[in-house]
Unconditional design. Structure first.
Length: 468
């Protein structure tokens, strides 16, 4: 392990933007000299401790789990020039380096899925983690049988068994039924009940090939409540929910389909079921916040990053076992390590401050895209997440003018159009959407994607013609 630590790329991360700077993810983090401490506008100062990680104990198994969990949905990739769309390969060397660094600094929970990284995440994490002792990490993966073509017992069993091969393990620490609630009760019955897969997974837990059995929840609250009503029968070891300081009380205001995290967490806490937290940054939107909200956060604690506020909020609840973060870059990993090694609790005043911040965030009409890429690939080549994320970025930066009479219209118009062409190749922009709607059924946030693409395309055309 010591050798691995010495091999880690110890690059310092870029300074976090100061108040009033453009609030893009790329700008929130950047490169620096490893030997230099980051100043008052950065995320923190000093060395990153290797022995201060906050841990929580799983009451079912006694697992001592790091409060920071490594989400493996967005692993780093290498582009191959001329190889064509979708040909990017996972950067295995960087994945290994990030995994080594995380383990050396106390992170021991890694969350993947057969659906992540175009089906390559499990394989990459199997390579990275198998280089370490099996008892030094907990691996979580999912039965991601979303498509009706994979609902049969045979197809679901094949997916389940393939996870063991890809991860190079003979037992899985945390196995989730993936995306429960998407498709309502009908999908739950088709994926897990009518085909006997839930009973099979319970038997696999009894045999020791699954150590903890749970589910991740999106969407229909009837499904969540139904599965919890059968807790005495199935004995859920954990449940994964979306929780952040906006969704805590305002989930339906961001997406009518969602349920407040306060309710979800409360129902788990009543039953003593540990919660795994996903989307602590609301798909990156709580690190890519409007510029004046950056000012408020930085004024309150200048030495902390914008993102750290959201991670602290997600981690303060005692029933939370771990908080997942998709850390594609070393900068993100290091910043999160500073937040959880150790966790600094929030005061009641801090919580009130974040509730006020949430209410400010709700005034910005962003699209609730979490960049999960479940909507991809589009059969017509449209880069759906890139379009929605560019729109959200411009909303946060004040570059979505309401009319050509706005004082900053010319500047905002240029910023939106130039940024759009830079972020999304023209052949992959919203004007190529034909409304086939193959994307929307796969969206965990229930975004009506063709409607949003049409709206954004109309906005772009109005900007180009100056008729807004």
């Amino acid at each position: 392990m010591e050798k691995k630590r010495n091999e880690i790329d110890r690059r310092s991360f870029l300074k976090v933007l100061g108040a009033g700077a453009a609030a893009s993810t790329a700008a929130l983090y950047g490169c620096g000299d490893a030997s230099r401490n980051i100043g008052p506008e950065g995320t923190a100062t000093g060395e990153i401790p290797t022995d201060k990680m906050t841990y929580r104990t799983n009451p079912s198994t006694g697992d001592k789990v790091s409060l920071l969990g490594y989400g493996c949905m967005r692993l780093p990739t290498i582009s191959t020039p001329g190889a064509g769309e979708g040909a990017d390969e996972i950067d295995q060397e960087t994945v290994n380096r990030l995994t080594d660094y995380a383990l050396a600094h106390g992170v021991n929970y890694f969350d993947t899925s057969p659906a992540y990284c175009k089906g390559r995440s499990e394989h990459a994490m199997g390579i990275a983690l198998s280089r370490h002792p099996r008892d030094s990490y907990f691996i979580a993966t999912k039965l991601s049988n979303f498509s009706p073509s994979s609902w049969s017992r045979e197809a679901s069993m094949a997916m389940y068994r393939n996870s063991f091969r890809e991860l190079q393990v003979d037992y899985i620490d945390y196995l989730l039924m993936h995306g429960i609630g998407m498709g309502g009760m009908e999908a739950l019955k088709g994926r897990y009940l009518d085909n006997g897969m839930l009973d099979f997974l319970v038997s696999e837990r009894e045999a020791g090939r699954i150590r903890n059995l749970g589910f991740s929840y999106h969407g229909d609250i009837e499904v969540f409540d139904y599965l919890l009503s059968r807790h005495d029968e199935f004995q859920w070891n954990f449940v994964q929910i979306q929780l952040n300081y906006v969704d805590w009380k305002h989930a339906k205001e961001t997406n009518p389909r969602n349920t407040d995290a306060e309710y979800l967490y409360g129902e788990l806490a009543k039953r003593g079921i540990p919660a795994i937290i996903m989307e602590p940054l609301l798909g990156g939107r709580l690190s890519n916040v409007p510029t004046h909200i950056i000012s408020l956060l930085k004024q309150r604690e200048p030495e902390r990053s914008v993102a750290s506020w959201a991670f602290r909020f997600a981690g303060i609840w005692p029933g939370v076992l771990t908080v997942l973060s998709g850390m594609t870059y070393m900068e993100h990993l290091q910043d999160n390590l500073r937040t959880y090694a150790p966790l600094k609790p929030l005061t009641d005043d801090d919580k009130a401050f974040l509730e006020n911040t949430a209410q400010l965030m709700l005034k910005y009409p962003t699209v609730p895209c979490n960049d999960c890429k479940y909507c991809m690939p589009c059969p017509y080549g449209i880069d759906i997440p890139a379009i929605l994320l560019h729109y959200n970025k411009c909303v946060n930066e004040g570059n979505v003018p309401e009319s050509n009479q706005d004082e900053s219209y010319r500047k905002a118009r240029r910023a939106f159009l130039v940024g759009y062409d830079r972020s999304v190749p023209r052949l992959r922009q919203a004007n190529h959407c034909i409304g086939c709607n193959q994307c929307s059924p796969h969206c965990p946030q229930n975004i009506q994607i063709p409607e949003q693409l049409q709206r954004i395309d109309q906005f772009v055309e109005q900007l180009k013609q100056g008729t807004l």
